[in-house]
Each structure stands twice: as structure tokens, then as C-alpha cells.
Design a binder for this molecule. Structure first.
Ligand code: UDP
Length: 140
């Protein structure tokens, strides 16, 4: 199987509680490689643009407020089947429904402050990686 790249974000609830390394350990233990990573404070405009697909959803305003409430760590993960593999490692959106051992089951606070984002398709991955990273920043 070909190596894929996916966009991951360690969200403000997790950076606030100093969980970046524990979350990164989950990725690396599962065989994903962190090939780009930076800590950023999202502006409101950036958060709105990143989540524009959810613009009409009732949780959009709260989500934008949450995603700008503190620093995030944006990263590119690489590996075989990386997009689906990362979604498995993350667990369900609602931590109450996330399988044991997943990042969201272990670390998330609630359905909004759920510790991580991960691209959900090859198209989303390409678009989301380009949103945050220049090609020269990705070092495999
Ligand atoms: N979200 C929320 N309330 C909801 C559903 C989602 O606050 O009822 C937030 C949550 O942070 C989630 C993000 O919006 O991770 C994007 O939602 P999506 O359905 O794309 O879930 P994901 O792909 O992150 O699991």
C-alpha cells in the first residue's frame, strides 16, 4: 500500500493540559511518522476558513471559539493507510462513544474539546495539509 499523508491537529484542550507528547506517542507507536509539526495560535479567520464545511452547523460558533482559545499543534502524519489509521487512533468524535485506547477515549474532555483533528479523506488531507504547510516544511 502507498504511503499517505494526513493533517492532524492537537487541539487547545490538549495543549493546555500538556498532552502533546502523550498524543504524539500514540501516533508513533501505531507506526505513523510525524513529518511536519508546528505550534500555532489560530486566528478567528483561520479557524473559520479551516472549518468552513461546518459553517451551517449549530456548533460552528462554539467550535471556532474553542479552536482559537489557545495554541494548537498542527502536524503532518505519514504512513501506510495514514488517513484511516489516524481516524482509528483518534476514536469517535464524541469521547463517550470512542473505543478504549483511542486518543479521544483517553484524553478528550467532551464532543467539542476532543483533543485532536484528523483529515477524513484523501481530498481533505491534501487540502488541509496545504492550508498549513508549504511542501518544503514536510520532511519525510
Ligand atoms: N463538534 C462539536 N459538536 C458536535 C460535533 C462536532 O463541537 O456536535 C466539533 C468537534 O470538535 C469535532 C469538530 O467539530 O471534532 C468537527 O466535527 P466532525 O463531525 O468533522 O468530527 P471529526 O471529524 O473531528 O471527528
Amino acid at each position: 500500500m502507498a504511503i499517505e499523508h494526513t493533517l492532524s491537529i492537537i487541539k487547545p484542550d490538549a495543549t493546555r493540559r500538556n498532552m502533546t507528547a502523550r498524543i504524539n506517542a500514540k501516533f508513533e507507536e501505531a507506526g505513523l511518522r510525524i513529518v511536519a509539526q508546528k505550534r500555532v495560535q489560530l486566528t478567528r479567520a483561520q479557524a473559520e476558513a479551516f472549518y468552513s464545511a461546518h459553517q451551517a452547523r449549530p456548533f460552528f460558533g462554539g467550535l471556532v471559539q474553542f479552536m482559537t482559545s489557545g495554541p494548537v499543534v498542527v502536524q503532518v502524519l505519514a504512513g501506510e493507510n495514514a488517513i484511516a489509521k489516524n481516524r482509528d487512533i483518534m476514536g469517535a468524535t464524541d469521547p463517550k462513544k470512542a473505543a478504549p485506547g483511542t486518543i479521544r477515549a483517553e484524553f478528550a474532555e467532551d464532543i467539542e474539546a476532543n483533543s485532536v483533528h484528523g483529515s477524513d479523506s484523501p481530498e481533505a488531507a491534501a487540502q488541509e495539509i496545504a492550508f498549513f504547510f508549504a511542501g518544503t516544511e514536510i520532511v519525510g
